[in-house]
Design a binder for this molecule. Sequence first.
Ligand SMILES: [Zn+2]
Length: 416
Amino acid sequence: MTENPPYRRNHHCRLCAAPTARQVLPLEPSPIADAYIPADRLHEEQPCFPMDLYQCDACGHVQLLDVVSADTLFRDYIYHTADSSGLVEHFRKYVEALADRFSPKPDRLAVDIGSNDGTVLRLWRDRGLRVCGIDPAENIAREATEQGLPTRCAYFDAALGRELRAELGPAAFVTANNVFAHADDLPGILDGVRELLDDDGVFVFEVSYLVDIIERKLFDTVYHEHLCYHSIGPLQKFFAAHAMEIFDIERIPTKGGSIRVFAQRAGGPQPVAPIVAELLTLEAGMELDAGKPFEPLVRELTANRESLRVELEKVRAAGGRVAGFGASATVTTLMAHFDLAPLLDYLVDDNPKRSGLYSPHFHVPVLSSRILHDRPPACVVILAWQYATPIIKKHSAFAQDGRFFLLPMPKMKRVT
Ligand SMILES: [Zn+2]
């Protein structure tokens, strides 16, 4: 029996199908970012896959062209939205804002693509709407359906959009969160959304915003699950090519900087808000389409990597132990790109579910953060640097008697 290849190379832009793209952010090959494993699986090899960012020459869309197969990527996917109380609260406010703004009548249809455990569906149902979820994870779709939140186990595309419209009628809302950054077949998804939407229907999705990723140097939010790095210029052309129209955008703080995009069928009733043109102007001013802002980022990453490695080698040469703080997907990208595994004795994390696991591919052990106080290392590199302020505050007692924190990003520095 031959297995499917673990990854393949796209030769066309995911948004406009143009055949040429140039590399804008070279990154070291990396393993599946969130595949932390227990000790009994340490014999598994966990390969690294290419992870460079490319920009389409025609539409400017920034994307990974190396696509790791869904089987490889989601084999261990056990994520449930309701596991994270922060996310549930985020979606409660999200549905409330949509309901306040568009005042849907009861009995209208709300569809959530990538509905996971049905958190968004439940919120719509509580407001009297009919709901339908779509999620490719069989166990998750079945559990949601059993709880009265009907969920199709499928990948959403144009055919499914038509089928659902024939069965359930047109949708007042179609929502998709994370899906638009993670799916390979975006044209199929957008065609399906257009098929399904009512004439006054609204499509809403949230994705990380490329402008924020670059300005805040969030290069470690690049990982294989996350195929698309969206900005408004390419998205607007993509929507127009599929008879859809973006009519509003909100910038939100999720994941270090995201956009919530509102769209309708071309010629729909909503006026186009000024922010659409404002963000196009912002992106043009940065020369984002030409990939300009990536140039200083590439240089800064190289400089930070070198200065961090010099510091860590000094600590180790003096016989000190080094811990890395954080055991998440972003940490995997950072460790791979900065080649940190040989310089770290172990990782620590405040999340007890991560303690006892080993990092993907490099198999660096994850310990409870208690060790920073019980048996402190000489130095802690804050790999989860976006959360440096709360981490340093919580563990301030560590940095005494010559012990110190190192920040790898946005600028490499020592904190005592
Ligand atoms: Zn393109």
